[in-house]
Design a protein around this ligand. Sequence first.
Ligand code: SF4
Length: 379
Amino acid sequence: MNSISLYLHIPFCAKKCRYCDFYSVSFDERLAWRYLDGLAAEIALCKKSRITEGAAVQTIFIGGGTPSVFSGEALHSLCTLVRSSFTIAPGYEWTVECNPESFTNDKGVTLLEAGVTRLTFGLQSLNDRELSLLGRVHSSERCHTILSDHVLSRFTSIGVDIMYGLPGQTMRTLEQTLAAVFDSPYVKHISAYELTVADNTPFGRHRSILPLPSEGETAVMTGSLWELLEKGGFCQYEVSNFAKPGHACRHNQAYWDHKPYLGLGCAAHSYLHEKRWANVRDVNRYIRMVSNGLFPREFIETIDKKKLAMEIVFLGLRKVQGINEAFFQESCGIAFADFIQKDSIGQFVNRGLLEYEKPFWKPTRKGLLMADAIAREIL
Ligand code: SF4
């Protein structure tokens, strides 16, 4: 292994959003500093066990939670910890997730000086009614201020996340959100996620009274949104991801291409040496374990060739590029054609949902809309 990606999870947020089922807790300055010590302890454990020895870090992603909820000083310490602990390859990509309410120009400068190349902002919507329903703490005005902050011009790439399929959302409000994003000269990447309502969230508990769009309405909205994004110059490269040329997120591509990554922090996942593991989803337990010299793992599984083959199919059909059958055979030791249901793949080709462009099996635009269903069928 000579290259690797790095993920660091910051499990703190200003306030829990009503739809969120990621692991995060309310921000607490003292706990945040203890957590940083915990990250340093986990990195020391990883180095002692040599799991990343000899590997240069190609991409880094600091996600959450809300990393920008940290003070400038804490962000500086976090970046210094990363830089001093790993060999970072030339031409690396380094992303930090930020939320509009906690990002400031000063924090932007701190991140730039630390070597961060890319920021991504969780805007979700620029409609105040939608933001308040989601339980977000920022306003649309705050999004406008962030999107016009000149410090963004100094990063290699700026991304934003938006959501659709929201209760009461219309194509008109979605278009207003997009128009504001397109207006910013700095935004080069857009992740557009359909709202999923998880049972263990306030949205899940009140699902019956939420004015959610029907499946059909969401499908129409998805198609229209994708067209608008393409018209705005953002090319789709995955079901939920669109970028200006040269601005696709290399870190996410590493996940989808089954490259090795090390996840640090509570609730972080790793995939290394044919094993996948997840760290414990409890910040205090995480700190206790790493401080006592224990790996904070909650589960670990071996990714055998069959499991890997299934994952390549599921993730590959979500990418515009599709599944590379040569890569499939090389990684799984079996020809793609021998692994899948030949009849069903033929039907999807006839229905205009899949096409073959040697060596890629690619979903068409229509096929991308039902990528997961196609994957289930052909397996
Ligand atoms: S800011 Fe993001 S991680 Fe934090 S509660 Fe909201 S959706 Fe969840």
